[in-house]
Design a protein around this ligand. Structure first.
Ligand code: CP
Ligand code: NVA
Length: 325
């Protein structure tokens, strides 16, 4: 059974931790691992715009000894002209993994069900799990062990970032809180899934409408754009609805004294976050952006190992992917 990474809880707590360990090692020794030597190719497909994801996958695949194949849907047969299934069946004959930024999560699920090579979600309407691996790596670097820490996401609770925070932090044994207007609450099924995972890991989940209730005493405060890609038609209504959810110095004062601020970027400065906060001393956004590279390299190496024939012979992905093994 091919392992894919379509949502944050596709990994167990132990697997997530092993990938973060590998990312630390790959960051320390950037060109030391070449699991894509050959070079093997990885297809990275974009239905939506991107700067960080595009660059970090391109550079990361190159770092791993591979050949990145960056595809814009607008210039390909995918996206109305050919199904995800047919595309996947062609690509798997030529590439070692498929990375896809798209709209519907169901498209990723269809592609994953159709192919023997790993499929990675590079952002969908529902989740952004690669970003969360980078965010968890960054929290570890700045604040230490993940389990037991409290993260507060303020803003669009139905967004890919909020929903990935719920699943990824619950997987890590963290206490995750989301504050959003009631009409932009996370999907009930995602909250339920996060609660189940938190029950296994010792974490917890809290969904509220009051930003202060979410941020109170938090170790990490996070926000994201109020107008995600694909929601541009709702911009004016969203700006009005989210006006009380801006992360500013006043809101951040409710967090722990040593709390950090994170944002996946791109940011709409002055809307979901003030310039004072995002450019201030608690902001760790540039480390967060850099860690996309290291976290995704570790993910790709781990997935290749998890799907290698040796894994079927009894070796675990962590055995194979851990440098030195
Ligand atoms: N954070 C993130 O995914 O950025 P891009 O949209 O630039 O890839
Ligand atoms: N929620 C944002 C994330 C961008 C990286 C969006 O989907 O546009």
């Amino acid at each position: 059974m091919t392992r894919h990474f379509l949502r944050d809880d596709d990994l167990t707590q132990a697997e997530q931790s092993a990938i973060l360990d590998l990312a630390v090692e790959m960051k320390r020794d950037r060109w030391g691992a070449k699991p894509l030597a050959g070079p093997q190719s990885v297809a990275v497909i974009f239905d939506k715009s991107s700067t960080r994801t595009r660059v970090s996958f391109h550079v990361g695949i190159s770092d791993l000894g591979g050949s990145p194949l960056i595809i814009s849907t607008a210039n390909s047969q995918l996206g109305g002209k050919e199904t995800p299934t047919d595309t996947a069946r062609v690509l798997e004959r030529m590439v070692s993994a498929i990375v896809w930024r798209t709209y519907a999560q169901s498209g990723l699920e269809e592609m994953a069900a159709s192919t023997t090579v790993p499929v990675v979600n590079a952002l969908s309407d529902d989740f952004h799990p690669c970003q969360l691996l980078a965010d968890l790596l960054t929290i570890r670097e700045h604040r230490g062990a993940l389990a037991g820490q409290t993260v507060a996401f303020v803003g669009d609770g139905a967004s890919n970032m909020a929903q990935s925070y719920l699943l990824a932090c619950a997987t890590a044994g963290m206490h995750v809180r989301v504050a959003s207007p009631v009409e932009f609450a996370p999907a009930p099924q995602v909250v339920t899934d996060a609660e189940h995972r938190a029950a296994e890991t010792g974490g917890s989940v809290l969904v509220v409408t009051d930003p202060v209730a979410a941020v109170a005493g938090a170790d990490v405060v996070v926000t994201d754009t109020w107008v995600s890609m694909g929601k541009e038609d709702e911009k004016q209504q969203r700006l009005a609805t989210f006006a009380g959810y801006r992360v500013d110095d006043e809101l951040l004062a409710h967090a722990a004294d040593d709390a950090v601020f994170m944002h996946c970027l791109p940011a709409d400065r002055g809307y979901e976050v003030t310039a004072e906060v995002i450019d201030g001393p608690r902001s760790i956004i540039w480390d967060e952006a850099e860690n996309r590279l290291h976290a995704q390299k570790a993910l790709l190496a781990w997935l290749l190992a998890a799907n290698a024939p040796t894994a079927a012979d009894g070796a675990t992905a962590a055995d194979v992917a851990t440098p030195g093994n």
